[in-house]
Design a protein. Sequence first.
Length: 459
Amino acid sequence: MSEKKMWGGRFAERTAASMEAYSESVSFDWRLYREDIRGSQAHARMLAKQGFLTAGEAETIVKGLDTVREEIESGTFEWKVEMEDVHMNIESRLTEIIGPLGGKLHTARSRNDQVALGFRLHVANRLSEWRRLLQAVVAEFAAQAEAHAETLLPGCTHFQPAQPVSLAHHLLAYCQMFMRDAERVEDCLKRVRVSPLGAAALAGTTHPVDPQAVCDDLGLDRIFSNSMDAVSDRDFVLEALFCGSLVMAHLSRFCEEVIIWANPNFGFVKLPDAYSTGSSIMPQKKNPDACEIMRGKTGRVYGSLMSMLTVIKGLPMTYNRDLQEDKEPFFDADRTVRMSLEVMAGMLPGLSFIPERMAATMKKGFLNATELADYLAAKGIPFREAHHITGAAVAHAEAAGKGLEEFSLAELQQFSAAVEEDVFEVLGYDAAVRRRTSPGGTGPESVAGQLAAVRAWLA
Ligand code: ARG
């Protein structure tokens, strides 16, 4: 380190090498170069509008920054750790290119509002990408649901076989989760798309800045209201990380189900080769690695959220260098959320469900037991008693190794005299689904309605 630091006016001693390595952020925040340059260009145009720079000077700065971006994108830019972060690397290169005029860019601005702006632009960009990918995932769930409107799945509570549902209904439950996730991202964007530029270090500035002009130039939604909040607020990162965490939670739940369903003891689904792996020692194996990795990566995103919550918990106002720790957790979470959604959208159409296997488990699980109890209740038997009668019938069926529907009328009548020939109309597993006509239930009308609503949401 031979050059003086940009902030080095009052410093007589050099920065310790270990301190330089410890405090630098350019090794990861270089990813903000596009947003930093966009923010600086908007700032320069605002300074010209306010009469602080001539139009020609602003033009020179804007063009100089374009050159810096081209250098970065063509790989000729030399990132310098001694320049600490992306902001100072870019500004110092700008000054090399256009001369002392480059030094005027930082007028009425601090790195505190500068980094907040760059990061907000970045997070907003990533959230828009998440929203797009969430739509893709919802579309794939909807397509599978459409293909399986007639497929029966043993629905579970407590992971015990409970009542038959249509596979479509099960898959549409995930559509609801991911649609909520997309809406949450959309809502979060309202609070991310706020321009903090003009807050300066913490107190505002003596220069006649026009924060609204910067905001309009960048196409953001609104400007900050309090300069101290503007430079110290990282709620937007936390909210984004929470949105990402919930996306991962939902993905992970489905992954867990696929992993279980793909186990040959269930055999409900066959995995696409493109998203599974084999074993190096057991030739018969086909492992659901994509789902396992996704389930595992969920922890990283939760970790990022926890990490950020911890970073801000004891911070006095306003900007503190601790806040530099907001970037790596977000970059890591962004990569994880984005790739997970991509993999899910790619894998979903390749899952082939096996209706016969699902049907075969209905009998073993006595999934029509509720139907018998409801049938008896409809014949006037108090439901609690109907429940007992059905329980006794299940115990007998279990001992006899058959399903309730395999009893004869006479056998069923031994449990209750109220049983008549029409009992067989309700004991069919498909009838259990068909007859659930309550709103939002698994009946065909509700499922068709849900599917139409998802399609409308997608359009
Ligand atoms: N790299 C810093 C960060 O990410 C930029 C802001 C530094 N501001 C300061 N006053 N040192 O937070």
